[in-house]
Design a protein. Sequence first.
Length: 321
Amino acid sequence: MSTNEELLVKAMTWKSPETIPISIGFLPAAWKKYGEEVRAITARYPQFFGDISERYNYAAHTPQTYHEGTYTDEWGCVWENIQEGMESMVKGHPVKTREDIRALQIPDDRTGRIPHGFMYLRLLDLRGFEEAMFDFAEEPEELQMLIDKVLEYNLLQVEVVIKKTSGPIIYFGDDLGMQNGLAIGREKWVKYLKPCFTAIYKKCRDAGKLVYMHTDGCIWEIMAELQETGVNMVNPQYRANGLDKLVRVCKGKIPINLDLDRQYLPFATPYGIEQHIRDCVEALYLPEGGLGLSLELGQDVQPDIAETAIAALEKYRHYRS
C-alpha cells in the first residue's frame, strides 16, 4: 500500500491512486481543549496519524504565533494573540507609508522560512489591509517596488527550501480570496501576483519538485491561472468556492485537495457530516486521480463529530464509481 504522500503524488499527477489521499489535522486549540480525547482518536486511526498519539507534545509542536501574547517576525510585523492555541493576527504593520516602501530592506535571514501568507498576505501584513487596498486601487510605483522586494526575499528562501526538501512535494500557503471573491479582483491579481507565484514555483518545478498550494477564500475564478503558475495541486475551501463551481472548473483538469466544510463542522450531525463527505467524493472522484480530501479540526468541533468525520473519510477514501 502506498503512503499518503505517494497517494498524493499519484493524485497530483493523474496516476490512479489506489485510494483517495486524506489529510487530517487537529489545530493546537483542539489539542489543548480536548487533549486526551484527541490523543485517543488519533491512536485509533494510525493510517492517518501514524504514532502522533504517542509523540505529540503541545509545547513542542505548537507554532510560535499560536501562543498567547505578541511576536515580531523577521519583517517587523507584530503579531498579537489573545487566545492560546489559535493563530495570531498582525496588528503592527511596519510599512506605514509609501516612503517606507522605498526605504524597506528585505530581511537578511536565509533559513528557508516560507510561512503561510508568504506573498500576497505578506503585502497586507506589511502595509495593513486598508493601505494595501489603496495601493492596489491607485497602482502607484511603490506597489510594484514592495511586491518586488517580497518576491526577491521569497526566491532566496525557496532556494534554501529546495536544498532542504528530500521529498517530491514542496508545500505553500497563501490565502488569496475572501468569502465571496478576491479583494483586489481577478484582473489585478493576474497583473501583480501571478508573475510572482510563477517565478517562485518555476524554481521548484525546475528542481524536479511538485508544487502544492493551500489557499483559503473564494478563488475558483483564478484556479486555471494558479495551475499556469506551476501549481500541481490546489487546496481550496468547500464553502467559499462551492462544490458546483469546483466540479465545473477543476474536475478532470486541476487536481485539488478539497478542504472540507470547516464552517459546517461545529454544527454538524453524524449523518450530516457523512453525507457531506459522500457528496464531495461522488461529485469530484475520478479513478485516474485529481482528488484528495483535507479535514481541519478546531476546538469548536466536538470530539464525537470529529471521529465521525474521520470514520467517514476512512470509508469513502476507498470509493470507486
